[in-house]
Design a protein around this ligand. Sequence first.
Ligand SMILES: Nc1ncnc2c1ncn2[C@@H]1O[C@H](COP(=O)(O)OP(=O)(O)OP(=O)(O)O)[C@@H](O)[C@H]1O
Ligand SMILES: [Mg+2]
Length: 177
Amino acid sequence: MVATKKSLKRFRWRGLMNAGEVPCVLCQRESSGEPATLEIAASLARQCRSGDCILLNGDLGAGKTAFARGFIQALNPENVEITSPTFTLVQTYPARSGDMIWHFDLYRLKNAQELVEIGLDEALQSGITLMEWPQLASEYVPAQSLVVTIIAGENPQHRQLSFSGLPSVWKDRLSKL
Ligand SMILES: Nc1ncnc2c1ncn2[C@@H]1O[C@H](COP(=O)(O)OP(=O)(O)OP(=O)(O)O)[C@@H](O)[C@H]1O
Ligand SMILES: [Mg+2]
């Protein structure tokens, strides 16, 4: 795909939608270990559909890829090899519903134009998007995104997960987690 300034500008517009509503923390969960994180992610996945964008925040090793693995496998157990797309920046997986899941890891993103080349626009329009290191694309992600923040806890296995987004989009769905 040819990257153009026009297509980047179009991303920016999407970020301005729903400007009247303010995102807030809607739900918090404790995870006692990786299996618990996988289960929380799976339960979120069952509430998601095409057009949803999940932003995964957290330090190196927080558990963003683990969360993505639980999410992707819940939507299709045949997706068994799920690793971070460290160098390709994106990997796609089929969901059983027919939706496509796009897993981005932007840690090595060089510039915003690369977002067009790796298919972010297509992902946001027609797929389910999971994104690690979303702060590198903050101007280009939808205002309707769900932000999942994973923070280390008291012991090496413990994590705190917080979920924030626009209440009109996420509140009901998160109540089912
Ligand atoms: N409660 C937990 N939830 C998730 N992962 C956990 C938990 N406890 C321990 N871990 C371990 O923490 C590590 C998380 O690695 P992971 O690759 O998912 O992190 P990441 O946030 O994607 O890192 P990076 O920023 O490098 O992409 C794994 O080794 C996992 O087994
Ligand atoms: Mg990762």
